[in-house]
Write a protein that binds this ligand. Structure first.
Ligand SMILES: Cc1ncc(COP(=O)(O)O)c(C=O)c1O
Length: 367
């Protein structure tokens, strides 16, 4: 979590390596073993000759971790999302999604040629109204992030599942920021809510808490078989590199066997969030995850505050439109179990000392 930025030693509060597994010796060792055995890349798409024992074993591991019948691997989470939505919906279908879903899901629905309707963030009444308007659509797909990547809040999956049942829709949940953070085993929000039977498709990435790179779809055998034969981002792309599979495999094993990592992450999240909100008086959105948005309003304020923090030795990136809506500029603070208590102290101290410098009192929009 430490590094050099602009020639200055800083603590990074900017990544998604929530458990610090990208630097875990056992994860690095696993990748090295595979690099020596299979080389640096897969060399071909999975359907040609890009599939190795590492791919097979990671699929099996994910099936048990995600409690899913079948799994399909991708070189990135972006591609997994593209594949899931664009293959499962097409012309004549309806895709309905939360306004704050990840860009890959929006891109996927455009690629699908299905009719796309977007509902205001977590406004499930609106979701129902949209579904009511389209009784004749051949297939209806509801798509939501589990943890929203810019606000850090959680989808209300119980509410979404009730609606999807009522309207006979299929549900796709992107667990990108929930894996390694939520659930007894650490497999995400669907596990936390015990909704395996209700959610037809889950997508995920190895680039957040799993600490590596790559993505996957977990679903029934029937859906995965269908995707193997129809999902263009799967068919026409070189397979994820074997060493990334072996690293992800090892990282998932650590997530399963070391719940204290997750406990520390969530405990620190609530502690830091409370201090920033109550003691420092920063308004925050309703985040319930290690993604803590510090709402600023104007891009200039966000940049100024980020710069002031950098001068104190902590890096928290300023996020501005188009990554967020107008007047939604913010600092996106992300925490990791690998941050030390000293790191957290440094962050809070830096915020305290720069607060008045960077942001004149009374300029915050209401959270
Ligand atoms: C919610 C969400 N889904 C999907 C992705 C894409 O994952 P990847 O970085 O593996 O392509 C991201 C990453 O930015 C994300 O935040």
């Amino acid at each position: 979590m430490h590094g050099i930025l602009d020639g200055r030693e800083v603590v990074f509060f900017s990544g998604n390596d929530y458990l610090g597994l990208s630097r875990h010796p056992l994860v690095i060792e696993a990748a090295m073993e595979s690099l020596r055995e299979f080389g640096a890349g897969a060399g071909a798409a999975q359907l040609i000759s890009g599939r190795t024992r590492d791919h097979e074993e990671l699929e099996k591991k994910l099936q048990s971790f995600m409690n899913a019948e079948a799994v399909l691997l991708f070189p990135s989470g972006y591609q997994a999302n593209l594949a899931a939505v664009s293959a499962l919906a097409g012309e004549g279908d309806l895709v309905v999604m939360d306004k704050l879903n990840h860009a890959s899901l929006i891109d996927a629905s455009r690629m699908s040629k299905a009719e796309l309707r977007v509902f205001p963030h977590k406004h499930y009444k609106k979701l129902e109204e949209i579904l009511e308007k389209y009784p004749d659509k051949r297939r209806k797909l509801i798509v939501t992030d589990a943890v929203f990547s810019m606000d850090g809040d959680l989808a209300d999956l119980d509410a979404v599942c009730a609606i999807k049942k009522k309207y006979h829709a299929l549900l796709v949940v992107d667990e990108a920021h929930a894996i390694g953070v939520f659930g007894l085993k650490g497999s995400g929000l669907v596990e936390e809510k015990k909704l395996w039977q209700e959610v037809e498709v889950r997508t995920g990435t190895f680039s957040k808490a799993i600490g590596g790179q790559g993505g996957f779809i977990a679903a029934s055998r029937e859906i995965i078989d269908y995707l193997v034969n129809t999902a263009r981002p799967f068919i026409f792309s070189t397979a994820i590199a074997p060493h990334l599979c072996r690293a992800a495999h090892r990282a998932i094993g650590i997530i399963e066997s070391e719940p204290p990592l997750r406990k520390r992450l969530l405990w620190k999240t609530f502690e830091v969030r409370d201090e920033i909100q109550k003691d420092l008086g920063f308004p925050m959105g309703p985040s319930q995850s290690p993604i803590l948005p510090l709402l600023m309003g104007s891009p200039e304020q966000a940049l100024a505050f980020s710069q002031a923090l950098l001068e104190e030795g902590v890096y928290v990136p300023a996020i501005r439109p188009p990554a967020v809506g107008p007047n939604q500029s913010r600092l996106r603070l992300t925490l990791s179990a690998a941050h030390t208590d000293e790191d957290f102290k440094k962050l809070l101290f830096a915020m305290k000392t720069t607060k008045s410098l960077a942001i004149p009192a009374g300029v915050y929009p209401q959270a």
